[in-house]
Ligand binder design. Sequence first.
Ligand SMILES: Nc1nc2c(ncn2[C@@H]2O[C@H](COP(=O)(O)OP(=O)(O)O)[C@@H](O)[C@H]2O)c(=O)[nH]1
Ligand SMILES: [Mg+2]
Length: 459
Amino acid sequence: MYDLSLAETIVAVSTPPGCGGIGVVRLSGPAALKIARTLFRPKKDRRGGEPGRAVLGEVVDPADRRPFDEGFLLHFRAPRSFTGEDVAELHLHGSPVILEEVVRLAVRRGARPALPGEFTLRAFLNGRIDFLQAEAVDDLVRSASLARAKSAFRTVNGALSRKAAAVRREIIGWVAQLEADIEFPEEGRPAAKKHYIDKIDKIYLEVDRLVRSYEMGQALGRGVTIALVGRVNSGKSTLFNGLLEEPRAIVTPFPGTTRDFLRETVRINDASFLLVDMAGLGRAGSPIEREGIRRGKKIAAEADGLLLLLDGSRRLSASDAALIESYRSRKIILVLNKTDLPEKTTPAEVTRRFPDLPVAAVSALRGDGLDVLRKMMYDVFFPLIPGRDIIVLRERDKLLLEEIAARLLRAKEMIASNQPIELAAEEAREIVTLTGRLTGEIRPDDILDDVFSRFCIGK
Ligand SMILES: Nc1nc2c(ncn2[C@@H]2O[C@H](COP(=O)(O)OP(=O)(O)O)[C@@H](O)[C@H]2O)c(=O)[nH]1
Ligand SMILES: [Mg+2]
């Protein structure tokens, strides 16, 4: 869909649609400045100023030379601009009709309306930024949380690109050694084997850290979803209210009170958690309850983590145990509730039966133990990773990194099991290609559409 020749000059309104204090029309390409100057009459400086310096003036229709708005013309010369081309920006009043008129006039003068993300695409094609940076530009613009916007900004600035390039260099170095080894196979094989394995382990750790950072980026963006599960009357709605610190959900002594589900956000430290209260999982009394349970199971299946409630004033039942077993492989905290009542199930007993699962003892009704539970939720559910300043934000990148990680393990396996070194070298060359696709050094053209078409127009 994109024209990659860069011969044309593109134009678009770069500020959001609608009225605003200021609106910007941006042009990029060989004729950008020439076209902008036909639409703009400077108040003083006839030529339209130096690069990077705004000049005050009026926009005029070249047909009748009549001004219809005033504002600033700002321009940059290739290659020292965002796109790497000549760029002109007209900063005018933020009126959609005026901005659209300026675009129409620019098109009359030979510019072409820009496609979504085309300015950023040009920055990429002109070598100003790589793929990872280009994607992060879009992420920065769309970030719903400041934390995510800040991490996107670091990626725009090249933090992730430098990391990816470093990993790529390491892999290329390693491939070169492997290939040399194919040529001189007799020399020091056993030593080489250990050396390769250490090397792969080191690269793998870096790649794996990046893969895991994706999860954290997602969590920063949209919050971590936590479903409250447990049998009826275990105190889910009471705990939901307790964590929210307001009586949001209806609580009654009658089993099956909650049928629909409720979602609310709570913040713990810098993380936001989306709590979901829902019907108790167990035997359903009515069709409404049955539907509630069906939906509850789906929510639990899709949640990032689970708080599984147990009623400590009752003996741990077979159905509690079955419920725990069914969610055992998930991120889960067992919450032993109702510690204010005479104890029939102790935390020690729960831990003895499920030694690998974290247990929190609380009284949701009184609020006892909730602070400890909050801390535990943060530690267990928030995907904290070391070196949290470099975060992979895009699924495309995460998938590539996952494939790189899997192939690294495969190459290691081949070397460890003394398979012909040519096989590992083959795998390694594939890994090099994949790392090139990450930054866009190696790119199938269809990927351009995939990356840039999701952008806004004017970006
Ligand atoms: N004593 C005591 N009662 C509780 C506690 N948590 C919940 N309950 C009571 O247990 C009953 C069921 O609570 P609810 O939150 O509706 O349970 P849900 O069905 O799991 O949502 C209500 O009568 C609550 O007041 C607790 O920590 N201590
Ligand atoms: Mg309830």
